[in-house]
Design a binder for this molecule. Structure first.
Ligand code: NAP
Length: 244
């Protein structure tokens, strides 16, 4: 990944943070896009610098269309090109189906689904000009076999991302490889407030007997972004530790 330029949305925490650090360790130049958590974003930049990498952070709410082009412009101005885009930023609201609110669903769909679509559209033009690119979308097992009516909007956004992955892989082959990872439960802030008995019952369904750590997802994202994955495109890589 030496000197490859990577944009990763949601790079300040969780899976995005772990992924940014792995890219940084391998010599990539990383643009960490985040929404509000300045302190956490700066910590990731410092951590990458400590391991000899090159990183910078950029604050942008990806749910707003007008914030997407500035991300691309910033990456080009700072590093001169874009080789890899990781569409990772995501949100969920966990409630009973009866309590789903239109505005919350809209926010989920804009962040998890429309941001990857329109950011990919912008970045792909640059990748095509350069004759090289990798796009990795962070989907989920939600909506694949993992159902919860209270997070139906989240699952819809994640399944849509799989569809986008396949469409973009067809459109941009052979120049851009477009793939997705679909993690099951991962130990991040997103799940920090789940009830203990729910966590235990979900864990019992996994062959591995535990949830993933963010680095275990990051390692696969980095592989898909690397030149060891030249013949993989349009794939959804499920990372759920084996599931009953
Ligand atoms: P997380 O720990 O909650 O971190 C979310 C990240 O996304 C943060 O960096 C946050 O920035 C950023 N973000 C949220 N909304 C944003 C917005 N509007 N604009 C820009 N950045 C935004 O989440 P995670 O668990 O690592 O999840 C990462 C991805 O993996 C998500 O797409 C999620 O759906 C997916 N996923 C997670 C799991 C899981 O079990 N954790 C399982 C399957 C898939 P701030 O720090 O500034 O808030």
């Amino acid at each position: 990944m030496k000197n490859k330029v990577v944009i990763i949305t949601g790079g300040s925490r969780g899976i995005g943070r772990a992924t940014a650090i792995e890219f940084g360790k391998l010599g990539a130049k990383v643009v960490i896009v985040y929404n509000s958590n300045d302190k956490k974003a700066k910590e990731v930049v410092e951590e990458i610098k400590k391991v000899g990498g090159n990183a910078t952070c950029f604050k942008a709410d990806v749910s707003k269309e007008e914030n997407l082009k500035p991300i691309v412009d910033f990456a080009i101005k700072t590093y001169g090109k874009i080789d890899v885009l990781v569409n990772n930023a995501g949100i969920v609201f966990d409630r009973e189906f009866e309590n789903i609110k239109y505005d919350e669903s809209l926010q989920i769909l804009k962040t998890n689904m429309l941001a990857p679509l329109f950011l990919s559209k912008l970045v792909a033009q640059i990748m095509v000009k350069n004759g090289y690119g990798k796009i990795i979308n962070v989907s989920s097992t939600s909506g694949m076999y993992d159902f919860n009516p209270g997070t139906a909007d989240y699952a819809m956004s994640k399944i849509a991302l799989q569809s986008l992955t396949k469409d973009l892989s067809m459109k941009y082959a052979p120049i851009i490889n477009v793939n997705a990872v679909a993690p099951g439960w991962v130990n991040t802030d997103m799940n920090a407030d789940l009830p203990k008995d729910f966590v235990e019952s979900e864990t019992a369904k996994y062959h591995m007997g535990r949830w993933a750590e963010p680095k275990e997802i990051a390692d696969v994202i980095v592989y898909l972004a690397s030149d060891k994955a030249t013949y993989i495109t349009g794939q959804i890589i499920v990372l759920d530790g084996g599931h009953c």
